[in-house]
Design a protein around this ligand. Structure first.
Ligand SMILES: [Ca+2]
Ligand SMILES: [Ca+2]
Length: 403
């Protein structure tokens, strides 16, 4: 549990952006990485609760919930250039996918607007139980993902990693190389992504078998499934295809990439198991139970005013301040989790009661515990005691508060 705690503490402190997403190329707000982070925190919270550490459980699940509620704000663009403009992007720099931000995607891909670069990694929200299989934002991202990344081959339908991917062979089949962009290199489709799509289809109650067959079709004579598949039809001549290619690559079969890719072999087994089970076997039950009904959990309000979001403390003592309507606030730091009961805001004169030493509050009016009441003597009313027209300035009767 010590290792889980350290990992969960690190995720809670460092997220929701990541310094490096799953293609090990770049950082920011990444749907697939965030899916793992949310699922990991919920699972860690469940383990903490089972061990009686309710403060840590509340911290982990609270952070996970907040991230889960905001995936659309941070990574679902509504002004993209593909299709209807509404879809999850590959990655965003600052959690605003509509602000026109750009980045250089490396591997000869060049500089592009972030909302023009798609990646099917958002399917991990469903696979890991973070979103319901019927989630409308995920469904709304499928058409644009296919338009940007899918390609049909003799093996079946395959997907590239992301728009403008440059990690793969040159047009004539000669290999990718570091900083070798003249001529350009092109990322080719990955069979593993056919498996991930198959799991999504199974999660929605569909038939995963065609996806499994496509993966098998990409294998070589030794049944090894490659990292990437050659996507150029015979005699094709285009920016990315110069057929016949120099290396004898066949349309729909392995490129010079790793074959087998262990990850792709594992994905093949995962999809086969999902088809057998009628649901993805990789979905953590505790995460799906929390989120996959598609119902938003109701949560207290919380506004932090200090320390600044994303800031790093330079002193041993840190003051955390803000406002909330929650009963408790959990604050994690330095390997500790504190449970704090927020101070209440009091209002003046919420109601008037009579002095009663028999009550802990000494006030017979208990309707509003957050009100500072004017406690009046027997037979008096608040309105008469506070009537400034009777005597100005108002003089409150001085009642002793101890018998
Ligand atoms: Ca942005
Ligand atoms: Ca759409």
């Amino acid at each position: 549990m010590g290792g889980v705690r350290k990992a969960a503490d690190a995720i809670a402190a460092r997220g929701p952006a990541t310094p490096q997403e799953r293609w090990e190329e770049t950082g920011g707000y990444s749907p697939s990485t965030l899916a793992s982070m949310i699922a990991g925190l919920v699972a860690a919270g469940d383990l903490a609760r089972a061990r009686g550490d309710n403060a840590r459980a509340a911290l982990y699940t609270g952070v996970a919930d907040a991230w889960q509620r905001n995936t659309e704000n941070r990574m679902f663009t509504t002004n993209g250039p593909v299709g209807d403009g509404h879809y999850y992007v590959r990655i965003d720099n600052d959690g605003d996918p509509n602000d026109g931000s750009q980045r250089d995607y490396g591997n000869c891909a060049g500089l592009h607007q972030e909302n023009s670069v798609l990646d099917a990694g958002f399917l991990d929200f469903v696979r890991l139980g973070v979103k319901a299989p019927s989630d409308p934002y995920i469904a709304d991202s499928i058409a644009e993902t296919d338009a940007s990344l899918a390609t049909d081959t003799p093996s079946g339908r395959l997907w590239r990693r992301y728009t403008f991917d440059g990690y793969g062979e040159k047009a004539d089949g000669s290999p990718w190389g570091f900083n070798s962009c003249t001529p350009k290199t092109f990322g080719r489709p990955w069979p593993i992504l056919t498996g991930e799509r198959g799991e999504y289809v199974v999660a929605r109650g569909g038939d995963g078998l065609p996806f499994l067959r496509t993966m098998a079709n990409t294998a070589n004579d030794g049944y090894m499934i490659p990292e990437q598949v050659w996507d150029c039809p015979p005699n094709a001549v285009s920016e990315r295809c110069q057929e016949p290619n120099l290396f004898g690559y066949q349309f729909g079969k392995a490129t010079g990439s790793a074959s087998p890719l262990a990850w792709a072999m594992a994905q093949y087994i995962r999809l086969a198991r999902a088809i057998d089970a009628g649901r993805p076997v990789e979905t953590p039950a505790v995460v799906a139970k929390r989120y996959a009904q598609g119902v938003q959990l109701s949560v207290p309000t919380l506004q932090l005013t200090a320390p600044a979001d994303g800031s790093v403390a330079s002193q041993r003592n840190v003051t955390v301040s803000g406002t909330t309507n929650a009963q408790n606030v959990y604050i994690g730091g330095g390997g500790q989790v504190l449970s704090v009961t927020p101070q209440k805001e009091f209002r003046f004169g919420g109601g008037a009661g009579e002095l009663d030493f028999g009550l802990a509050s000494k006030d017979t009016d208990t309707r509003d515990p957050n009100a500072l009441d004017v406690i009046v003597g027997p037979g008096q009313t608040q309105s008469s005691v506070l009537d400034w027209r009777t005597a100005s300035p108002v003089q409150l009767p001085m009642l002793p508060l101890a018998p």
